[in-house]
Design a protein around this ligand. Sequence first.
Ligand SMILES: C[S@@+](CC[C@H](N)C(=O)[O-])C[C@H]1O[C@@H](n2cnc3c(N)ncnc32)[C@H](O)[C@@H]1O
Length: 230
Amino acid sequence: MNNEEGKIIHWIEGEDCCNRDWEAAYNRFESREEERSKFRKRLRAMGVHTLPKGICVADLFCGRGSNLDVLGELGFQNVVGVDLSPSLLCQYKGPAKLFVGDCRDMKLADRSVDLVIVQGGLHHLPKLPEDLELCLSEINRILAPDGLVLFVEPALTLFLRIVHFCCGVKLLRKMYARLDALAVMIGHEKEGYFNWLHNLDSLRGIASERFDPLLDKTSFGKWYFLGRKR
Ligand SMILES: C[S@@+](CC[C@H](N)C(=O)[O-])C[C@H]1O[C@@H](n2cnc3c(N)ncnc32)[C@H](O)[C@@H]1O
């Protein structure tokens, strides 16, 4: 099966996530294979490959579905993806079930999911902390007892501060296409992105109140959180 637009279930009409410049920069920043390779390493580092393959996994804010590909490679057979953007979901060609929807208000059944994954999604929520509270409540609702959450989101570590500094140097942007792509993406999502980064400590606190942290650390510009439903 593949997911042409007709096979995607719409909870809502949906909206394109980004303008053309952002999307072009996103495609320049990383190829799909580079993105899959990054996700493969992360999922292994966080022990996802050791979980039983029959569990239900929901990849939220799944975009074009590179992480869904990796979950498939790891042998998970019961996988769903949710994203606001039908045009990004259309790019996924695997067997996972896809839903166009808002992760603050999902139509998945209560206690139907064993593992929720969000990578690079929460920081796109426009209103913080309110939207994060809504989204985490929804995640809590759909998670089965003892269910797990895994979040990977930006964090303002020294590494990211250096990257931001480099984004401001024209010569470096000319020399490194990836840096230029990143600078363009950040430029388009500046307000939400920096709001997220500057409030991350309190946002982490909200996640830890909702889920028992098994891992909660920052490293090289990322916040890694693995938690269990309380
Ligand atoms: C930077 S992309 C990350 C995609 C994917 N997780 C990855 O790492 O490749 C952020 C995604 O969040 C989606 N998004 C933003 N707000 C959303 C919401 N409220 N509900 C569902 N998806 C949302 C966008 O459409 C976009 O695909």
